[in-house]
Design a protein around this ligand. Structure first.
Ligand code: 3EB
Length: 332
């Protein structure tokens, strides 16, 4: 008897787009992500409307009504386990948790608790491969030296993960919000099939950053090729090697960030450029850089590329802009 060839679990098409419509979520909606100014109420994750709903406390600078819609061509189910809200369908899982820092004794302990919860939850799910993670928390640049809050977050994340992700870091983003509630919001995409990590030839892998950037190097990959062939692009800023470039020069930082994304696309074997199915999100430290940002992006991106611009702090104080997003998702 020939051995049966193991077949990968099937996955449905995944679409991620921007919408300003007020309509309730259509069938197949996995998640809806709204961006809004800090409310003092923290973020909200709930999964009671047939899709995961997230309210993320980063002020939108283009269109306040624009929200992200993640859809699969499959039936979706939702649920909650402790602090984690999730939605799954078609081999994909999106999940979120928000922890109040004060209840956990600060950002390092909150990050450790969040990642321990993520790791424990994921270990029991059929979608066990974590491909992409976003982290938003308050005052990311507060504190100096090794106790800068971003560095404390990195230490807590690493500790909470334990042996999770070892050698298989997901793509990620870490951005500072301005919500006085000081919630740590972590949300992620997982799948029944593994992805393939992609590193950037212009940048040192973050987990190899030298000691000067903190006692615990950040646990993320520059990009992740999803099992459907799409590329998840991690938060990308004006860092070459491990060095921040163009301090104080917004336009030069933006050009460097775009050059980094182009290099990542090349390393992933993706065609250059963007299209209507490759949403990008820009995190701006200062709203006054919006005109310069829009002028440059109008030259560099097709007009059809879904673009979200939000106010957010990059994890190094000298960096003014960061971009994350997708390449190669299929059309709706
Ligand atoms: C950098 O390249 C900029 O800690 O999860 C980008 C993406 C950054 C993810 C993270 C941090 C993270 O080092 C910062």
């Amino acid at each position: 008897m020939p051995k049966p060839v193991p077949q990968p679990d099937p996955i449905a098409a995944l679409h991620i787009g921007l919408s300003s419509a007020v309509a309730p979520p259509a069938t197949g909606t996995l998640a809806r992500l709204d961006f809004g100014a800090a409310s003092g109420r923290g973020a909200a994750a709930h999964s009671s409307t047939g899709a995961l709903r997230l309210r993320l406390p980063l002020a939108p600078l283009l269109d306040a009504a624009a929200h992200e819609v993640w859809r699969v061509q499959a039936a979706v189910s939702t649920g909650q386990r402790d602090a984690i809200h999730w939605a799954r369908g078609g081999g994909w899982l999106v999940a979120a948790l928000e922890l109040d820092e004060a209840a956990h004794g600060g950002i390092e302990a909150a990050a450790a608790a969040a990642y321990a919860a993520l790791h424990a939850f994921q270990a029991t799910q059929p979608e066990r491969h974590v491909l992409r993670v976003w982290n938003y928390f308050a005052d990311i640049n507060a504190g100096t030296g090794d106790v800068e809050r971003y560095k404390l977050f990195c230490a807590g994340r690493s500790r909470g993960l334990g042996d999770g992700f070892v050698g298989a870091y997901p793509a990620a983003t870490a951005i500072g919000h301005h919500d006085p509630v000081r919630g740590l919001i972590v949300y992620w995409l997982a799948c029944v099939q593994p992805g393939t990590r992609v590193e950037n030839p212009r940048q040192l892998s973050a987990w190899r950053y030298p000691r000067q950037y903190g006692p615990t190097a950040p646990s993320f990959a520059r990009g992740m090729r999803l099992p459907n062939g799409a590329l998840a692009i991690s938060g990308t800023a004006s860092i070459v090697g491990h060095t921040s470039l163009h301090a104080g020069d917004f336009s030069a930082q933006l050009q460097e960030s775009l050059a980094n994304i182009e290099a990542l696309l090349g390393a992933a074997g993706m065609p250059a450029g963007f299209d209507a199915h490759a949403p990008l999100k820009v995190y701006l430290r200062h709203a006054e850089d919006l005109p310069a940002l829009r002028a440059t992006l109008a030259r560099r991106l097709p007009a059809t590329t879904p673009l979200q611009i939000v106010l957010g702090d990059v994890c190094r104080a000298e960096l003014l802009v960061e971009i994350d997003g997708w390449r190669g998702l299929s059309g709706a």
